[in-house]
Design a protein around this ligand. Sequence first.
Ligand SMILES: [Zn+2]
Length: 139
Amino acid sequence: MLRGACAEFLGTASAFYKVPKCDVRVLASRPLRVREHSTTELFGDYHPDSMLIRVWMRTAVRKEVTSFGTFLSTLCHEFCHHLDYQKFEFHDSWHTRGFYERAAALYHYAWGTPLKKLFWVPVAGGRWRIDWQRTNRSG
Ligand SMILES: [Zn+2]
């Protein structure tokens, strides 16, 4: 059921961005072994060679169940890695500000909520993270 909904969403998004369709697998919990050369988040990963997104409902250690919002956000996030490799033909997929902007746009589009302006805070190593407190306040 859930896999069907995810596949449909990814199919629509792939068609919109004119990229090959990626496959998706929904797992009950995080796999113990995570492959090399894949990008991995708390609730999902993406493998560029097989174009496969995996999302899971529970973390490995604390067995916390993810919320639907987090689940959808993970799905959008992993799809943006797919976009990086397939559309922009990057050889790697980094968590740049542009990356988060694309993931957020897709998330709000999927969720049907108005797109918010993202606020950023610099973190160590010249990287940036989203300031969710400020971002959510500015609705
Ligand atoms: Zn990522």
